[in-house]
Design a protein around this ligand. Structure first.
Ligand SMILES: Cc1cc2nc3c(=O)[nH]c(=O)nc-3n(C[C@H](O)[C@H](O)[C@H](O)COP(=O)(O)OP(=O)(O)OC[C@H]3O[C@@H](n4cnc5c(N)ncnc54)[C@H](O)[C@@H]3O)c2cc1C
Length: 476
């Protein structure tokens, strides 16, 4: 049942009157002032009845109480870098954005415990800037700058997931405001690595897209910054070879393998066309794809050992025909190639983006099947791929050349997306690898999630949010 339709709207004015009393001056926005909060980094746009900017947990709790009482829907929002529209209100003009942007304090920092407690509105870059002098960081490495609450809402992955894991794996604790009549504050913030004292409730909220509670603060398991780093670009004959090279890198470097990002040859060429200042160190090698490989350790003084080991490994891979060529390079210039890809592809035409996750052993077969399918069914469209190959993540872009766009109605595009996600499912994959669930992929959640799993998620949401007062995406 869709709770959006059921949510009564009569209480909106009464709620806003209450909210105005609870918030400091300038912290309740209406009309045009809401515009910046009505979109995220996806194509999603909505219309907010208002935007609320609380300063502290007690105010979030009071606002939640009022929202439940008046049956008004709050949409929690971080830095709006999400790619599925999860923080964007719908188009009804009746949903209210709850932005945590003013809650950005570092509440606690314990260098000996390697932990920090940061409020939900603090930007990831700000947290890492504060930690840098202590040689520590929160190792979620993304091309955007999310807020702490958004990291948890989306369970963000990123380029170092292979070594450090996603948000879930780096989280020690949470403070959550619940959507019950009291606006209860659930304090699960203790920065403990060992706590096996019952159900780990905090994990319920990770990746739930703000649908089960409002994150107001989080405790993090910090990591030492890398002191020895080796970065190289490898030109490879095929994605099947990429898999063998990945395996060989893991055998040689173990947990020091920090990133293994694969870029299709056509994706890299498009990037060089659009960013001519970028330098491609292997421009002459006719490769099927490229791997950006990073090997790193927090232990200082390993650089020459890493270089020697990598050279030996590369020589073996060349002999085995798994490698065409390779170049060591400065991390920033090699990562610039990878990080410029999405922007370059967007400039090539109209991109349809797919963030899919597969068992990494099946990535080459999946890619080949996707290429065949596109050539057969949509020969005018182009396929690009790049992504976190090392952890099974794949960003696929189906590009519509501008001259073809008119031939693709919304219904035809929906069929195209369905067919691609079917292919992902046939290869044992997930329709969302790291961007989470929101209005942009909600239909695929319904299609590719078992009835039993959907019913359990819906039951959880009904239990935690009986008044349907929270979250853009509803599981019920
Ligand atoms: C250039 C670029 C590169 C990116 N690269 C990656 C990548 O490599 N890996 C990856 O995983 N993602 C990536 N992303 C996606 C995005 O940055 C992440 O999803 C990010 O975590 C979203 O954080 P945010 O603060 O912007 O959240 P928002 O977009 O504001 O919100 C995201 C979700 O979290 C919920 N939410 C926000 N705050 C709270 C809160 N306080 N309590 C409860 N729920 C909340 C929202 O309701 C929404 O459902 C990228 C995005 C861009 C634009």
């Amino acid at each position: 049942m869709n709770a959006t339709i059921l949510a009564p709207i009569a209480g909106l004015d009464a709620f806003l009157a209450d909210a105005a009393k609870l918030l400091p001056t300038g912290a309740l926005l209406r009309g045009e002032a809401c515009q910046p909060y009505e979109a995220d980094a996806s194509s999603c746009r909505g219309q907010a009845a208002a935007v609320l900017l609380p300063d502290d947990t007690a105010t979030v709790s009071a606002l939640m109480r009022a929202a439940v009482r008046h049956r008004v829907r709050l949409v929690p929002q971080g830095n709006r870098t999400g790619l599925v529209g999860g923080a964007v209100p719908d188009g009804s003009g009746r949903q209210v954005v709850l932005s945590l942007a003013r809650m950005r304090r570092l509440r606690a920092f314990d260098p000996l415990n390697r932990s920090a407690v940061a409020e939900a509105g603090m930007a990831l870059s700000e947290l890492n800037r504060l930690l840098e002098p202590h040689g520590l960081w929160l190792p979620i490495d993304v091309g955007s700058d999310p807020a702490i609450g958004g990291l948890i809402g989306a369970n963000t992955g990123g380029s170092r997931l292979l070594r450090h894991g996603d948000v879930r794996r780096n989280l020690l604790g949470l403070e959550i405001v619940l959507a019950d009549e009291q606006g209860s504050v659930l304090d699960l913030l203790a920065p403990l690595r060992k706590r096996n004292a019952g159900i780990d409730l905090k994990q319920l909220f990770v990746g739930s897209g703000g649908a089960l509670g409002v994150v107001t603060a989080a405790a993090w398991d910090l990591k030492r910054r890398d002191a020895s780093v080796l970065t190289l670009l490898a030109a490879l004959p095929s994605r099947a070879a990429a898999l063998d090279v990945l395996d060989a890198c893991e055998q040689r470097f173990g947990e020091m393998l920090s990133a293994f990002e694969v870029m299709g040859e056509s994706a890299l060429m498009a990037t060089l066309r659009h960013f001519p200042a970028l330098r491609h160190p292997l421009a002459e090698s006719a490769a099927g794809c490229y791997a950006l490989v990073e090997i790193a350790s927090a232990m200082p003084g390993l650089d020459s050992m890493l270089q020697e080991q990598a050279e030996t490994l590369l020589a073996t891979l060349l002999q085995r025909g798994l490698l065409i060529d390779a170049a060591f390079g400065r991390p920033d210039s090699l990562w610039a190639l990878r990080d410029s890809l999405p922007l370059a592809l967007a400039a090539e035409g109209l991109p349809l983006s797919f963030d899919v996750g597969l068992p990494r052993s099946r990535l080459p077969a999946f890619h080949a099947a996707a290429e065949r399918w596109l050539a057969d069914e949509h020969p005018a469209l182009r396929l690009y791929d790049f992504g976190h190959f090392g952890d099974g993540g794949c960003h696929l872009i189906v590009l519509l050349p501008r001259e073809c766009a008119a031939g693709y109605s919304p219904a035809r595009l929906a069929m195209l997306k369905s067919a691609l996600y079917r292919l992902v499912a046939d290869h044992g994959g997930a329709f969302s690898a790291e961007h989470g669930v929101g209005p942009l992929n909600a239909a695929f959640y319904r299609k590719h999630t078992s009835d039993a799993a959907q019913e359990l998620a819906a039951g959880l949401q009904r239990l935690l949010d009986p008044a349907a007062a929270l979250g853009r995406h509803r599981y019920d």
